[in-house]
Design a protein around this ligand. Structure first.
Ligand SMILES: [Zn+2]
Ligand SMILES: [Zn+2]
Length: 254
């Protein structure tokens, strides 16, 4: 407290403010001029205008702008005319700075919002694409399961037909067909678990399976029956050929 009191005593009186140029000019008129020349700088409080004692008041009147700050109204020495702490100019600078900062913030915010929106859109597009891709991948997995399941039925039936056949060439061939179908069956189930062909079935294996089954039917005169109907070798995702073409290749001799 004591220190503050001492500081307050030592502090110079606040500088007088002259609102208008006319207020300053009045200081320069007549008897006032000598008093004016003793005035102190509004910033450093040192005598500022002694030099004017030797100058005509008329000349000094023409130079008001060189020792008076129109913004804060203070009289200033040569050193401080352009370097004083002008709260009015500072406030204006601060106002402009703040305005700029606010503008920059608003701009950054706007850009962030736009980026967030663009990111969300891109993520939605990617998600849709991923879902579509996943749907396609999982559809093909189902199709590979379908052909693997059919190959299991055929391999099992070929084994049964081979075991039931009378010993001879037909049985030998049925055993060979069973061995081949069994290998195909393993291969097709491997394609379900760890596909080497992502978006299709193993057509080579499937075609061989179809030929094996056709041959087994020829040898036995039998077919596999599923739920009361002969096993359908048509791949359900492909268009079914018109009935007249179902007999296979056209008869070239006809
Ligand atoms: Zn000064
Ligand atoms: Zn000022």
């Amino acid at each position: 407290m004591a220190e503050n009191a001492a500081a307050a005593e030592a502090a110079p009186k606040p500088a007088v403010r002259y609102k208008t140029e006319d207020d300053v000019r009045k200081l320069l008129a007549g008897d006032n001029f000598k008093k004016f020349c003793k005035k102190k700088c509004g910033e450093c409080h040192a005598p500022a205008f002694k030099k004017f004692l030797k100058v005509s008041p008329l000349v000094v009147r023409a130079q008001v702008g060189s020792f008076w700050c129109a913004s804060c109204g203070r009289l200033l020495c040569d050193a401080h005319r352009n370097q004083h702490t002008c709260e009015v100019e500072d406030a204006e600078l601060e106002r402009r700075r703040r305005m700029n900062v606010d503008d920059i913030r608003a701009d950054i915010k706007r850009r962030e919002d736009e980026k967030a929106e663009a990111d969300a859109k891109a993520a939605a597009v990617k998600r849709a694409a991923d879902e579509k891709k996943f749907a396609i991948v999982s559809a093909w997995k189902q199709r590979r399961k379908h052909v693997a399941g059919v190959s299991t039925s055929i391999a099992n039936m070929c084994q049964r037909w081979a075991v039931q056949a009378d010993p001879g060439r037909a049985q030998d061939e049925l055993l060979e067909l069973y061995t081949s179908c069994n290998r195909i069956n393993l291969r097709l189930w491997n394609e379900v678990q760890e596909p080497t062909i992502q978006l299709d079935i193993d057509h080579e294996a499937w075609d061989k399976l179809c030929r094996n089954y056709d041959r087994a039917k020829e040898l036995t005169g039998l077919v596999i029956v599923v739920e009361g109907t002969p096993l359908d070798m048509h791949l359900p995702w492909l268009p079914r050929p018109p009935p007249e073409a179902e007999g296979g290749a056209p008869d070239l001799d006809a």
